[in-house]
Structure formats: C-alpha cells, structure tokens
Design a binder for this molecule. Structure first.
Ligand SMILES: [Ca+2]
Length: 117
C-alpha cells in the first residue's frame, strides 16, 4: 500500500511539473500575444479616409456631390448642421450635414463642392 501511495505521489508530481512547464512555455511564447492590448479604433467625424467619399462607397461620385449640393449654405450655428442626411454604404452609419463640410471651415459651400467634383 505504501509503495502504491508513493507511486501515485510521483505521478502527481510529474504531472504537476509538466503542467507548470506548459504554463511557463505558453507565457513565454504566447504571452506577448495573450497580453497584447486590443488595437484602438479611432472614429473621426469625416466618414471616409478619402476626402469627398462621403457615403464611403470607395469612390468620390455623383452621390457624394449630391450630399453637398443639397446642403449648400448650411452653417455650423444652424440647426441643419446636426441633421442626418443619409447612411454610409459600409456599416450603415448615419451621415450628418457636418460630415459634408469637407474642408472643416464651418459652412457648406462651393469649396466643399469643389472637393467632390
Ligand atoms: Ca466647408
């Protein structure tokens, strides 16, 4: 009985050592991946990386031009500034009038229209 108990203890110790080595190995080789911070997602008021691609369709086209034309004259102080005028093609996000202010000068005018032509 004593010999059997000793054998069981030895097996427990060996399994424990193997488990400890696996944990240490995982931390050394995979630790950088496990503990890496999640990438930050920055949301900008401009709906696209490409200036003029207001609806995020991938190109600056007539739809983008239409967004600017229908909101010409709207200024930052006006109530129209916060109005939702459409949705983006990717992700179905709202497009606001201020998204159409492509040069960020606080008014929708010819300068913005020039950026979508
Ligand atoms: Ca502008």
């Amino acid at each position: 009985m004593k010999a059997r108990k000793g054998a069981v203890s030895s097996v427990v110790i060996v399994v424990g050592i193997i488990f400890a080595l696996l944990v240490v190995g995982a931390l050394i080789f995979g630790g950088s991946k496990i503990f890496r911070a999640a990438p930050m997602v920055y949301l900008t008021p401009t709906p696209s990386q490409t200036i003029g691609d207001i609806d995020r369709s991938g190109t600056v086209d007539a739809t983008d031009s239409q967004f600017v034309q229908t909101n010409l004259g709207c200024k930052k102080a006006d109530s129209c500034w916060q109005k939702v005028i459409g949705k983006t093609r990717d992700g179905d996000n709202p497009i606001y009038v201020f998204d159409v202010d492509l040069n960020k000068d606080g008014v929708i005018n010819q300068l913005d229209l020039d950026l979508v032509k």
